[in-house]
Design a protein around this ligand. Structure first.
Ligand code: HAM
Length: 403
């Protein structure tokens, strides 16, 4: 038997219901916030992710599904959605057009990670990206949208917030941090030694507890923000307070992708084990420019659908539509015709086999139909159909013409 690859799951049966319920809920809310659907390819030039997510990140450094295609192009399966959306935005010359452009998307992402609960190699994200708004109000709106989606799905969360500064305050901070960490070089883990050389702020979210203890007294960017970043961060906190969105400041929240500046946030759940990040995002004002577009402020987030599917509270499923069956072989054709007509307006399930009433009632129950409709020899002769409302528990016989 051939099975799916490690870390790559099928979504079907009850999981499919959770999946579609989440997508529908999130889509609905994103549209209320004025976002439009965008679809970008699963396969992109490898250079796109190297330049955006960053060569020093684990995603690009260790986890890409990268290969040379038959035309000798260096390509990879997208590990995340933001880079492709930015590429599409620039390719369509929307950076030159100016104005505000807001998109949402959902689809598969691929990261060659060590699979475990909540960590897959092919997983699904629902993401949003907003271009053209510099104001921190947009950062707040992003966080509110993510919170609204989680609330609508009955998912509890803790929101963690940080500011990563900008090109003004980040470089001197980095220098300070490097000075601090270099003194500890013989005590920190190998990964951190590498990070000091490639992307020093990533040492702050090292999972090694010895490193974490050593960094307890490290300088914090949040205490070294320039006045613009400080004002924006204060304003963001004020807006969230005014809208009753609770948050914690996590000065070690640096995110695993290199393109962020200023606002960085993550929603975490305490109910799904160690892979607790259910959504993450932030501002990335420099990325459009890095990818050769006209400088355009941008902010966005993405949610991990598989992790959310574990937490989602499904609404009560109500009986819906019709189930139609025949009790006699001769009635099957008529049942088929009636089902075709009913399907123009209602969900309709049909059983092609002639069965007794008890079995049809079972079938209707399994299909979760509201009405069980059956035609036997009697009904065929009289031109009627037997209908039972399975919710109200009322049964009736009506002329087929009225069905
Ligand atoms: P990210 O934090 O790498 O951000 O991923 C977002 C979410 O995807 C995570 O919070 C997590 O729920 C889910 N996720 C990530 N890796 C896996 C995995 N291996 N298995 C299952 N779920 C996973 C981004 O991808 C950014 N593009 C978000 C963004 C959009 N920032 C600005 N705009």
């Amino acid at each position: 038997m051939i099975s799916s690859l490690r870390g790559m799951n099928d979504i079907l049966e009850e999981n499919y219901e959770r999946f579609t319920h989440f997508i529908n809920t999130a889509t609905n809310i994103a549209q209320k916030y004025g976002f439009h659907f965008i679809e970008t390819p699963l396969l992109e030039e490898t250079a796109l992710f190297k330049r955006s997510v960053g060569e020093s990140s684990d995603i690009v450094g260790k986890e890409m599904y990268q290969f040379i295609d038959k035309g000798e192009n260096d390509v990879c399966l997208r590990p995340e959605g933001t880079a492709g959306v930015v590429r599409a935005f620039i390719q369509k010359k929307l950076d030159k057009a100016g104005g505000t452009h807001r998109y949402f998307y959902h689809g598969s992402m691929f990261r060659y990670e060590r699979p475990q609960k909540g960590r897959l190699r092919q997983f699904h994200q629902f993401g949003v990206e907003s271009f053209g708004v510099e104001s921190v109000y947009e950062d707040a709106a992003m966080i509110m949208m993510a919170a609204d989606i989680l609330l609508a799905c009955g998912i509890g969360y803790r929101l963690q917030l940080n500011s990563l500064g900008d090109s003004n305050c980040m470089p001197p901070y980095k220098e300070n941090l490097v000075n601090f960490v270099t003194k500890l070089e013989d005590k920190i883990c190998e990964d951190c030694v590498r990070r000091v050389a490639t992307n020093p702020i990533r040492v702050l979210d090292c999972k090694n507890s010895t490193c974490q203890d050593l960094y307890a007294t490290a300088p914090k960017l949040i205490n070294n923000l320039c006045s613009t970043c400080q004002d924006d961060f204060d304003k963001l906190k004020k807006i969230l307070d005014a809208n009753s969105i609770a948050y914690e400041i996590n000065t070690n929240l640096v995110r695993g992708l290199d393109y962020y500046s200023k606002t960085a946030f993550e929603f975490v759940s305490d109910d799904i084990g160690s892979q607790s990040a259910i959504a993450g995002g932030g501002r990335y004002d420099r990325l459009v420019e890095f990818l050769d577009g006209r400088p355009t402020p941008a902010v966005g987030f993405a949610m991990g659908i598989e992790r959310l599917m574990e937490l989602i509270q499904m609404p009560e499923v109500k009986r819906e539509g019709y189930y139609i069956g025949a009790m006699d072989d001769e009635a099957v054709d008529l049942v088929m015709n009636l089902a075709h007509k009913k399907r123009q307006t209602d969900k309709t399930t049909i059983d092609y086999k002639a069965k007794n009433l008890k079995n049809h009632l079972k079938g209707a129950d399994k299909a979760n139909a509201r009405f069980c409709c059956v035609i036997g020899t009697d009904e065929l002769e009289n031109g009627t159909i037997w209908i039972k409302d399975l919710e109200e528990k009322i049964e009736n016989k009506i002329p087929i013409m009225e069905f």
